[in-house]
Design a protein around this ligand. Structure first.
Ligand code: ADP
Ligand code: MG
Ligand code: MG
Length: 611
């Protein structure tokens, strides 16, 4: 077979690294890297790594590029310099954002369709089942509260990898809940640009960047324009490093939801707050606080943080001291949870906690107060994994928001629309077209006006093969487990099955158990060498793979466009929720790791150097 340009480049790159004994001697990413690969900070030329590390660590601390709980936070795990990424694939991912946004909105227009699509998965998976039941319990109150359907803010991140054998940009998944790292990702892009300027300007500390010995920087050095000469550094940054507005864009989307809430409720009360719903012991605090800072400093909107349990215990339907109603106001919640085995015993108690706090679904126009402040928007950075609902009390907190007139980001329907099962359904052309037509219709447009066929074509082009594991695909996957990934209805990384584990699972699970999973074609990205920074310490050079995420947002009544709502006359707020790309995230993981996920500890934050 003829070698691709990237393979040729790789071979040259590899020889250079081998001369410097920075990598092992075989091409395969899985080649064990031994301790010889460690670059000693004092080892001559490679000293540049230490200078770059010192620069990046100091910058991360100054700008808030941090990770971990307040008492033990460190610079976030990142790379030291950007990763080479194909420009055409990056541009394609950005172009796809509006269609991906419409798709996410389309899949939550019709809750009856969602429930039917997820019925088998719900029978096999208690968490999916509980999400469906609590959504349905809150539905009547939610619809009444906001006058014609609950307002929903979607903050999406569509993740992709470039499949090397075919050159195709393929979607890994579409996140509709807690799409994180937008703020830190923006800071990483800026840190990389600054590090590059530093390296160009201070060649003495960093090694001479423009000499042919490319061990000074482990990656992108075989890419045209890299490393830039000091005089060209700004031009090279502009040409090769795309602007990343994720922090500002996501904050503006939250601000848009806050303003829309005020319009619809007819209350501009300065005391309305956005609540960030967070996990107890949250580790990605700074990514969240950077958004909160931006909301306050740029938009004048205050943010409070609360866990689901705190919300349940302090939710009220009005600001003042409440008189708990004599009926059992949260009976629909209790009834829903009674049907979920894990929560049957505590269902009534959880509903009572909410009632005792002074929350009555639908009372006072559905307004929601938390510790005396009215909530405009509930931005979920928790609630996407069963670990976030250890007891029925957390479900009560979720229900209080879902049933209220506060904007949910996301609603339970939109969270369910982001499940792997729905992703798999949408890879079917007819299902995809029907969903997009349904959305066009709900918006009062014909399929043609809604651009359905164009969306179908461009979305299908980005989808890998996806199947339910109850077809003949199971036999194919069992015979070639390296070519597939088995995924449950989970978020947050670390949940999938690969290779031998996949084969074992397909063999041992019953057909009913497999209903909780989907099978996905394995994407094969090209590898490149990277230096990473973890807990402020540089790692050895490693072979790595890249995953690109693109953020976008939309503001809807559960999937339907909101009519005649110009929030700021086509300004920043309207643009933020228009569905276009807001910014990006590049994550880099060791080529030896199947899983991704920064929070799960598999990958680090990176930025793309477009070639
Ligand atoms: P989660 O919602 O838990 O993040 P993902 O679908 O993103 O689930 O899977 C987690 C990680 O597994 C991804 O970041 C990626 O590294 C890897 N992965 C998922 N799907 C594939 C695939 N089809 N091919 C190769 N790797 C995959
Ligand atoms: Mg996900
Ligand atoms: Mg993911």
């Amino acid at each position: 077979a003829t070698k691709t340009t990237s393979q040729i480049k790789w071979a040259a790159r590899r020889r250079a690294l081998q001369r410097r004994k920075l990598v092992g001697s075989t091409r395969t990413p899985r080649a064990a890297m031994n301790d010889d690969d460690v670059v000693e900070p004092s080892a001559g030329k490679a000293f540049s790594q230490q200078a770059m590390t010192d620069f990046c660590v100091a910058l991360a601390c100054r700008t808030g590029l941090l990770y971990g709980p307040p008492e033990q936070c460190t610079p976030a795990p990142t790379t030291l310099v950007p990763a080479a990424f194909p420009r055409a694939s990056y541009e394609r991912a950005v172009q796809l954002a509006p269609a991906m946004t419409r798709l996410a909105d389309a899949t939550c227009v019709d809750p009856a369709w969602l429930e039917q699509a997820l019925a088998a998965a719900a029978r096999a998976d208690v968490f999916t089942d509980a999400l469906i039941r609590v959504r349905s319990a809150a539905e009547p109150t939610r619809a009444a509260a906001a006058g014609g359907g609950g307002l929903t803010l979607g903050v999406y991140r569509s993740d992709y990898m470039v499949d090397e054998p075919t050159g195709r940009l393929l979607q890994v998944e579409l996140n509709t809940v807690a799409s994180s790292f937008g703020a830190l990702s923006t800071l990483v892009s800026r840190m990389h640009a600054a590090a590059l300027r530093f390296a160009s300007a201070d060649a003495e500390a960093c090694g001479t960047l423009d000499e042919t010995d490319d061990s000074v920087l482990p990656r992108t050095s075989d890419v045209e324009g890299w490393p830039p000469a000091p005089a060209n550094v700004d031009a090279a940054i502009t040409r090769h490093m795309p602007e990343n507005g994720a922090l500002e864009g996501i904050a503006a989307a939250l601000a848009a939801a806050h303003v829309a809430h005020g319009r619809i409720r007819g209350t501009e009360s300065a005391r309305r707050h956005i609540v960030f719903v967070v996990q107890p012991g949250e580790t990605n605090v700074h990514d969240q606080r950077l958004l909160a800072d931006r909301l306050w400093q740029h938009h004048g909107i205050p943010v409070i943080r609360a866990t689901l349990a705190q919300l349940a215990r302090h939710a009220k339907s009005s600001r003042g001291s409440s008189t708990p109603s004599s009926s059992v106001p949260c009976d629909r919640l209790a009834a829903a949870l009674r049907d979920v085995p894990d929560f049957a015993d505590t269902a009534d108690g959880a509903a009572k906690i909410l009632a005792d706090a002074g929350y009555e679904p639908g009372a006072n126009g559905g307004r929601l107060f938390y510790r005396g402040r009215e909530i405009s928007v509930a931005y979920f950075r928790a609630g996407y994994t069963p670990n976030d609902y250890p007891t029925a009390v957390e479900w009560a907190g979720r229900y209080a928001i879902e049933a209220s007139s506060a904007v949910s980001c996301p609603s339970l329907a939109l969270q369910l629309a982001g499940t792997k099962k729905v992703q798999q359904d949408m890879a079917d052309t007819d299902e995809l077209r029907t969903a997009l037509e349904r959305k066009a219709k709900a918006d009062g447009k014909s399929a043609r006006e809604g651009g359905v066929e164009d969306d179908v074509a461009s979305l299908l082009d980005a989808f890998a093969e996806l199947c339910a594991p109850n077809t003949d695909v199971v036999a194919r996957a069992a015979a070639d487990p390296q070519a597939w990934v088995l995924k449950p209805q989970r978020e947050g990384g670390g949940n999938n099955f690969y290779g031998d584990g996949l084969a074992e699972k397909l063999k041992s699970a019953t057909a009913e158990e497999l209903d909780a999973y989907i099978l996905m074609e394995r994407i094969r990205p090209a590898s490149q060498a990277s230096w990473m920074l973890r807990s402020a310490r540089p790692t050895r050079v490693q072979e790595t793979l890249q995953e690109l995420g693109v953020y976008s947002a939309s503001l809807t009544y559960d999937g339907q466009a909101i009519k005649d709502m110009t929030l700021d006359g086509g300004g920043e707020l309207d643009r933020a929720v228009s569905g276009s790309a807001l910014g990006h995230l590049l994550r880099t993981k060791a080529a030896t790791s199947d899983e991704g996920g920064v929070a799960a500890g598999f990958s680090v934050l990176d930025s793309p150097w477009l070639e």
